[in-house]
Write a protein that binds this ligand. Sequence first.
Ligand code: SF4
Length: 365
Amino acid sequence: MPDNQKINSILEKANNLEFLTFNECLLLYQHASLSQLLFAANQIRQKIHPNNIVSYIIDRNINLTNVCVSNCLFCNFCRNKNSEQAYVLSIEEYIEKIEHLKSLGGNQILLQGGMNPALDLEYYETLFKKLKKYYPDLKLHALGPPEIAFLAKQEGISTKRCLQILINAGLDSLPGGGAEILSDRVRKLVSPAKVCSEQWLNIMHEAHQLGLTTSATMMYGHLETIEERIEHFLKLRDIQKIKPENSKGFISFTSWSLAGKNTRLLKKYPDIKTVNSTEFLKMLALSRIILINIPNIQVSWLTRGKEIAKLALHGGANDMSSIMIEENVVSQAGKNFKLGVKEMEETIIEAGFIPQLRNQEYEYL
Ligand code: SF4
């Protein structure tokens, strides 16, 4: 057990915005108190964002299909192509959803694809071009490394070429979905059909090289070890270190714990324990302390509710992510909080901050 002096010297190093080693991160997880971590994370947040502002965005999740061959064990949303509930959205449905989004003041969609073998690269190219033709100002925050790898493989082209084709068709930024835990041991257990961790990171690096802004995520609280969580942080930090100077790279990091209700993962591994709010806040604070080269830390209020989100704003987070108009994967696994614009702003004010609407590039609007 290290003495408090050792923990304090690691926290001081973090407060000087220096990169911590794996062992230092592990010692913080194992021996620092929650209050020490929250305090340190808040100091770092204040250094990176020396203001009293908490940002948020108005965007809309759209799951363009629920047919997905990935069959991740934590997903209640995907369907077999022969299922009666299988769907692929029509252009009329997009228009209806985007019109609703615009009526609320938003102009970005988070388009989640999944792996539907019936939808090839040309389908996405045509879709992106059509959406941009109808809505030239619309921002497409779409797909993610697993979908890019899936489409590139189907097409027999490199993932970088696939990204370039989608950028030319209108892709504006790449979400960090499908990261779960960037350990192949864990990925084989929870989402075996998805890209391996190296591929996930590689595709993100390629996106950065092509000038795409991306985001980073982590879903923990299932079959990973604490060491694997720390490795995940460090892998993200290392990819961010080598981004081209003129690229924003990972603009944000968001973490959430498994929402596993009725999932095959919990049926197969009934010993998985639900992550409590103390652990959630601890992980959020650690993300701020470790990922000093990723500017924004989002709090996932969707999975924790607004009261815990308010606490997180004092423990490292500077962004409340989006109001939620539609979400399918997490809400079908037992988490279903809702927040409109008014309530979002009230929540931020109640926590003692100034709400600020932003776009996907984190530019204030
Ligand atoms: S989480 Fe996404 S990739 Fe995994 S099965 Fe569900 S829809 Fe497919």
